[in-house]
Unconditional design. Structure first.
Length: 132
């Protein structure tokens, strides 16, 4: 479980849960929650995330999870969901083709669009598939 703690409305927070990287010849994980392309040249990557979300506190908050490349939101890469209570656990996921150069990294950010209540993310899964 990864908890963001109290957040600022509409300010994205990078999710950095403890992660285990299974390894791939053209990717590595230099820090928790970040997948980096270490191959040569440019490649198109199919990146998928999935996680279960809940509120740490509060009720009726709209949460957005999106894919960020080098700290910038990838257009069309996220989804939003309404969480009604701390026991309202919902799965949120997205898949996106992203062009990557050597040392580009991908991570997931969470944003509370309607309040400052913290966000909990359980079982966050990140997957990459490259043409190389």
């Amino acid at each position: 479980t990864y908890n963001t703690g109290t957040v600022t409305i509409n300010v994205p927070v990078e999710l950095t849960p403890s992660t285990t990287y299974l390894g791939n010849a053209v990717f590595d994980m230099p820090s928790n929650g970040r997948i980096r392309y270490i191959g040569t040249g440019t490649t198109d990557v199919l990146f998928t995330y999935s996680g279960t979300t809940a509120l740490e506190t509060g009720t009726n908050q709209t949460i957005y999870l999106g894919i960020y490349k080098n700290g910038t939101l990838v257009t069309g890469s996220g989804n939003k969901i309404l969480l009604t209570s701390t026991s309202d656990n919902k799965i949120i996921s997205a898949t996106k083709f992203i062009s990557m150069n050597t040392n580009d990294f991908l991570s997931i950010y969470a944003t509370n669009l309607t309040g400052t209540d913290g966000i909990s993310v359980y079982n966050l899964t990140l997957n990459t598939t490259s043409k190389k």
